[in-house]
Design a protein around this ligand. Structure first.
Ligand SMILES: CC(C)(COP(=O)(O)OP(=O)(O)OC[C@H]1O[C@@H](n2cnc3c(N)ncnc32)[C@H](O)[C@@H]1OP(=O)(O)O)[C@@H](O)C(=O)NCCC(=O)NCCS
Length: 134
């Protein structure tokens, strides 16, 4: 762990995370912190879960936008990804993902990453298909 000042927060109340997972030693970069690519992978999975529910089909990730790694994630932290649909187009679904880490050393919560992901509803052939209207 480095000497960055921590800004503690609460997990969003009344919401369930799309994904919750412990950061493991195999996911570290050369500095020993958790690799950004691993966090991005969790974000992609978390966003796709609700996107698939909305699409009622498979989805493909078409764009990764505005990823901000605000704070590091450390080995043993409990990582929670919260997903919110912010736009639905003809075939696309845009999700905001917010990632929190519950620190392994004290259990306190820190907002670590924010991202906007765009998914496209696809058919069995992988071609875009319209998102069903509610
Ligand atoms: C996703 C994919 C099926 C879309 O096919 P496509 O023929 O490019 O689709 P379109 O150009 O018609 O775009 C589909 C939708 O995505 C949106 N889109 C495309 N590129 C975008 C971008 N860079 N940013 C935001 N939205 C984008 C379009 O606006 C459109 O949305 P709408 O229908 O709601 O208006 C195709 O690009 C693909 O298979 N990409 C690879 C997916 C993949 O492997 N992802 C994992 C990466 S490791």
């Amino acid at each position: 762990m480095n000497n960055l000042k921590e800004e503690y927060c609460e997990l969003p109340s009344g919401k369930q995370p799309a994904l919750r997972v412990a950061a493991m030693p195999k996911d570290t970069n050369f500095k020993g912190d958790i690799f950004g690519g691993w966090i991005l992978g969790q974000i992609d999975i978390a966003g796709s879960i609700d996107a698939m529910r909305i699409a009622q089909s498979r989805v493909a990730t078409v764009a990764v936008k505005e990823v901000v790694f605000k704070k590091p994630v450390y080995v043993g932290d409990l990582v929670s990804c919260y997903a919110e649909c912010v736009a639905i187009g003809t075939t696309s679904i845009t999700m905001d993902i917010t990632v929190y880490a519950e620190r392994v050393n004290n259990g306190r919560c820190v907002k670590v990453t924010e991202a906007k992901m765009v998914y496209v509803a696809v058919d069995e052939q992988g071609h875009p298909r319209p998102v069903p209207k509610k």
